[in-house]
Design a protein around this ligand. Structure first.
Ligand code: IVH
Length: 691
């Protein structure tokens, strides 16, 4: 019996997906490469002859896509938080004590995994089909990199199940093997081009390529390690989650240990501290997770990271090399940082050729000289630094390090405050290096997030005298920009759009971007919440400032000085004049749900999932993923499943969508068309049916 083209195509897809999975996930094969290629060729021919048979989850479609022109931003349904670190056995014991305390002595099971040194991603499947793949970004919002993630052989394009849940989000780490990094670096070297220092940066860079064909040429891999937003899935422990991921076709790292207590965790972490070098990919620590989701919910999260998980970072690595020279880098506040230029060495998975010498006092205390053999230490993300010199290896030709008398960037006099270990450029307000530092910092993703305004472009703008303060960015024109080297009309317009978009970021981000001494992202956010407008902040006395959360007298002094300096006052006036928003909105739009923890399940008539979750937060509530005794109520839509059962079992109240609307004060019965905006004033929040 011969099958129809549709049947044969389905059969081929099944076969190819099966062999793909064996190859990429289980690392074994049952057929030769030749036989595999035959299957793919046959499917391609069939699809060419019958284009209607092409489906987005066909294995022929992994690299089919055209380059994209820009990245779409994706808001994560559940934020992708980060993990707090521990560095030694005592940190781990301390963590365990605090957890047991919070859980009132309940028994705890830890699951310990390798911490893969790659890039965190989220993969969303709707009715079993991969619809969106995104980077973590700032945790709230990431970049849509679906086109590139599809090219990764171990990423399932469709969940391996006949009965897929409505919504399934897998999270994991995309990484590159050490061998693949070496292969790419060899190619680069032969071409006389720059090599990449570590697989993580190259992975991140590869995911940000616009052309998926380029991404496909660099072999990336995936390990899935957690779940995100779900609907139609009932999972109660981490082990169940990993099992489900495996069954759905995701690669899960096999090195996992279930530990009944913290001593067992410590033992497992220790064992990997050296064994990890034998792995084909880089790891930068271990991750310990509490297995039980009920306990996780009870523990909750801080704003940055959940309390149910900790990373254990492997001890720093040290190595010996030669200090060849010292350079002085001028920072955004004009401080000169001495940087050791080293004979390159590999440490903690990266190539190190610069190390911070911190400041003059440190250099003197360690008696570091040019020409010395030095011990360099690097731990994970931290900038490498010189621990000590090796005096036995001195030849007598080593040279004492002197700070320059003139700024290496602008030539102005270098000054040192009495009693301070820091040297400054006396011309920080105008020095190009400091100006560049301030503009770059302003454009930073965590601050004003100006797309496309990176280090090189900032240098060009400053050199061309187009920009001296951050306010000048808003006065740039297309004509200014196209005069710059390597700047086409399109990129120039994109940059202008990016700058324009930054006007609305709000006071917190502006403050974080101003390079006010001692004011980083967190302090800026606190100040903005406290004062709400720039005028209120500028007229606050030092005493008033010092009373604010996280400030204290020294910081208060520094903030007050900034706003009363000529440059500070002028900059704020300029930012106002160009239309940068200098006020902060209330985070919470209402209080109807204050203190409530709400679980949404099933399909709602009038809200999309991300809309209802956003709305709950705007009204002061918290939206949670699983039902527990702590749940205030469950909002159940159509076809609600296990979460509804769980609520009934625990006696948690269940609200229909209509009851929920009544609770928050939405009236849909008046017959009139719904207003175009949410009654809570949340811009863009439309709790009404789609057109
Ligand atoms: S669980 C709340 N498990 O480490 C975050 N993360 O430094 C839950 N990572 O952003 C993440 N291996 O990119 C988890 N086995 C693992 C991991 C892992 C690597 C990464 C992840 C995270 C980062 C935090």
């Amino acid at each position: 019996m011969t099958s129809s083209p549709a049947q044969r195509a389905a059969e081929l897809r099944r076969l190819i997906n099966y062999h793909n999975h064996l190859y990429y996930v289980e690392a074994r094969t049952e057929i030769s490469d030749y036989e595999y290629d035959q299957l793919v060729d046959e499917l391609k021919r069939l699809e060419q002859a019958h284009p209607t048979l092409i489906a987005p989850d066909s294995p022929t479609q992994r690299v089919g896509g055209k380059p994209i022109s820009d990245f779409r931003t994706v808001t994560h349904r559940i934020p992708m938080l980060s993990i707090d670190n521990t560095y030694n056995a005592n940190d781990l014991r301390e963590y365990d004590r605090s957890v047991r305390n919070l859980l009132g002595g309940e028994p705890i099971t830890y699951v310990v995994e390798l911490k893969i040194d790659g890039v965190a991603i989220s993969l969303t499947y709707e009715n079993g089909q991969l619809t969106v793949g995104a980077t973590r970004g700032d945790g709230e919002r990431g970049d849509d990199v679906t086109h590139n993630l599809r090219t990764i052989g171990s990423v399932p394009l469709r969940l391996h199940t006949d009965n897929p849940p409505a919504l399934f989000e897998a999270r994991g780490e995309v990484y590159m093997t050490k061998a693949e990094l070496d292969r790419i670096n060899t190619v680069q070297m032969k071409a006389g081009e720059k090599t990449y220092a570590n697989p993580r940066n190259l992975t991140a860079g590869t995911l940000k390529l616009l052309d998926p064909r380029l991404c496909a040429q660099r072999k990336l891999n995936l390990f899935a390690y957690s779940l995100g937003a779900l609907d139609g899935v009932d999972v109660n422990t981490h082990l169940e989650a990993l099992d489900l991921l495996r069954r759905f076709g995701f690669p899960v790292n096999p090195h996992i240990q279930v530990c009944p207590n913290i001593e067992a965790v410590i033992q497992y972490c220790d064992a990997w501290a050296t064994k990890r070098h034998e792995l084909p990919y880089e790891t930068d620590g271990m991750v310990l997770k509490i297995n039980d989701f009920g306990q996780r919910e009870h523990l909750g999260s801080t704003s940055k990271s959940p309390r149910w998980v900790r990373a254990y970072k492997f001890p720093a690595e040290q190595g010996k090399t030669k200090l060849l020279a010292v350079e002085f880098w001028v920072g955004k506040l004009g401080v000169l940082t001495p940087v050791a230029k080293l004979k390159p060495l590999r440490l903690a998975g990266t190539e190190v050729s610069n190390a911070s010498l911190h400041n003059a006092d440190q250099i003197a205390a360690k008696d570091i000289r040019v020409g010395d053999s030095v011990i360099v230490e690097k731990a994970g993300e931290i900038i490498p630094y010189v621990v000590r010199v090796v005096p036995e290896e001195r030849t007598g030709h080593e040279q004492v390090i002197h700070f320059p008398k003139h700024c290496p960037a602008c030539g102005a006099a270098v000054v040192r405050d009495s009693g301070s270990p820091f040297y400054f450029c006396s011309n920080a307000e105008n020095c190009n290096a400091a100006v560049e530092g301030r503009i770059e910092s302003y454009a930073d993703r965590d601050r004003m997030d100006i797309e496309g305004l990176g280090e090189q472009l900032v240098k060009q703008l400053v050199k061309a005298k187009l920009v001296k303060t951050v306010a000048d960015l808003y006065r740039l024109t297309l004509a200014d920009l196209v005069k710059l080297e390597r700047m086409g009309k399109k990129s120039a317009q994109n940059l202008l759009d990016g700058i324009e978009a930054s006007k609305d970021r709000g006071l917190a981000r502006v403050l974080a971007g101003l390079s006010i001494p001692d004011v980083g992202v967190t302090v800026a956010a606190d100040l903005a919440q406290e004062f709400k407008t720039i005028d209120a902040l500028m007229s606050a006395s030092k005493d008033r400032l010092a009373q604010c959360k996280g400030i204290g007298p020294e910081r208060a002094e520094s903030i007050s000085n900034y706003f009363h300096s000529t440059a500070g006052e002028k900059l704020i006036a300029d930012l106002k004049a160009v239309g940068v928003k200098l006020t902060e909105e209330e985070k919470v739009k209402g209080t109807q749900l204050a203190g409530k923890t709400i679980v949404v399940t099933g399909t709602l008539k009038n809200y999309k999932r991300h809309e209802i979750e956003g709305l709950i937060e705007e009204l002061g509530g918290k939206s949670a993923g699983s039902v527990s005794k702590k749940t205030s109520f469950v909002l159940a839509g159509e076809a609600a499943g296990s979460k509804l059962d769980k609520a009934k079992e625990l006696g948690v109240p269940v609200l229909t969508e209509e009851e929920f609307d009544r609770l928050i004060g939405v009236d849909r019965t008046s017959g009139a068309a719904p207003p175009a905006r949410s009654p809570f004033g949340g811009a863009g929040m439309l709790p009404f049916p789609d057109a």
